[in-house]
Design a protein around this ligand. Sequence first.
Ligand code: SF4
Ligand code: SF4
Length: 596
Amino acid sequence: MSENNEKSLKAQQVIDLLGEKLNRQIVGSLVGCVHCGMCTEACHYVLANPGDVTYAPAYKADRIRKIFKRHYDWTGRVLPRWVGAGTVNSEADLEELKDIVFGKCTNCRRCTINCPMGVDYAVFNRMARGLLVSVGIMPEGVAVVSKDQWEIGNQMGVLKEDYLDTLEWMEEELQEELEDPTVKIPVDEPDCEVVYSINPREVKYDPRSIADAAKIFHVAGESWTMPSEGWDMTNFGLFSGDDALGGSVAQRLYESVEELRGRKLVISECGHGFRSTRCEGPNWAKQDVPFEMESSVNTMLRYIKEGRIKVDKTRNPEPVTFHDSCNNARSCGLFEEPRELLNLVCMDFREMYPNRAENYCCTGGGGAMSMSEYTPRRLKSGAVKAKQLEEAGAAYVVTSCHNCVDGLSDVIRHYKLPMKVTQLVHLVANALVIEKKVAVPVEIPVEVPVPVELVPVPVGAEAEALPLAGRRILVADDEEDQLEFLATVLEDHGATIFRATTGDEVLEMARREKPDVLTLDLHMPGRDVGEVFELIRKDPELEDLKICIITGKPELRRLIYERSVRPPEGYVDKPVDEDRLLLNVRKVLEVVHQEA
Ligand code: SF4
Ligand code: SF4
């Protein structure tokens, strides 16, 4: 960090806000480090990058600590060089700090529990993220996701009609599966025992987890409901360090439970959602919460112990291991309940080592999955997790966190491990014994990792300026305006574009041009789009083609998702804006710049 005295406005704002954020916990961690180095080997970034000191927790912490010392600690004012005080002067200094606090730490807190002095680096790393966010310096993905959560109310920009349509769709699936038209996914029912909140990822990519939870509530005879508004239990404020966002999101959820007069809020399997809602939210929202909050892991375990549901573990015979989510385990103490549940619903549960509080991060913590610019670093650090997973020798890794599902899936496909990721809700639903009912599925519904080949792409300044440079994208839409909008945005970011306006054209162009990505509108003339999708998936020559569905008619998704082929890699609702389109296409591509 430069030491000249000319400060940019943003640098001064960061320094001023740091003063406002200081509290006993943060100051204790800022002054407590004795540089013993015991935390160094605790960090998965360090283990994956031997010899690179810039990944060491104490080194990273010192980048923040030195600003505190220079401006808020008397030792730094009197003897700045002696105590290693420093400052930030320019936006380049702030960008350098951004690279550390967002790109080199997942806030997993493994270093915290290995520090004899009680230094909680992750807590002030999050605080530093918040300082940068307050002056608009953050990774692109953090900005986009935060905007969606502020403006649309959930971090994946799921529209209300899409959410409600998915619940209705899952209700129909469940009625068919249980051969019982009375099975419901109740919405906005007042005075229920349980209000169930979910992660928007479930609506977009894993609707079956909603159906499985509903099946369990139904068989347990629970009085339950889901809110039509304020249903997202995730909270990007935890990742971005923005306490105002954290408070607003948590309050929205608390209010929806209060409006429905629910007696208990059950939070589906999500580590950061549980920590944000159950542990941090009341502080951010500055309010007392007048109802109980519980992870769905505890709910499912309670149902079995109370005899409200019966399970048959022989239905889950494959070897499974368990990944402790950092937020659930290290930060919220949820260690034994998932294991107890696994032993009740699976035949062969085996630990991975280390585990519980000492488990390694999935690599996707701290919002890392939304920061594609750090993907190569994240995947490299995943070598530690990959080794743990491989040594467990299981067919499935189970985790109670949607973020971990994505992080682990990436590690598994990058390191080509012969295993899949699933969650407890799927295993419990699969093991459920339903009297008089015969249509119990035999296979475990799983998150199927999508095989991704790592394709070298342009690197350096040119690639940064045009993030889709070198990519070939087939844009399929029958509405001329929409087609041109999508094509122009993608072209402006460096992609080579092909256009199709009918189902037949899509198939023909895909086979002829072999694009990297297809953005597919579900409503087009000519050959049925669902059939086109299936034909593409079954064509070995198009095995690498990634598909991003773009539709204004969420009810049409079943045309795609009900097919017994690999699901699409991405999904975007209309109306589409530029930021969301780019974020999704880049995520679908899994753009990987090979590290030197
Ligand atoms: S273990 Fe604690 S005291 Fe030692 S270097 Fe790490 S943060 Fe500092
Ligand atoms: S919080 Fe986790 S990722 Fe960050 S420095 Fe500590 S161990 Fe490493």
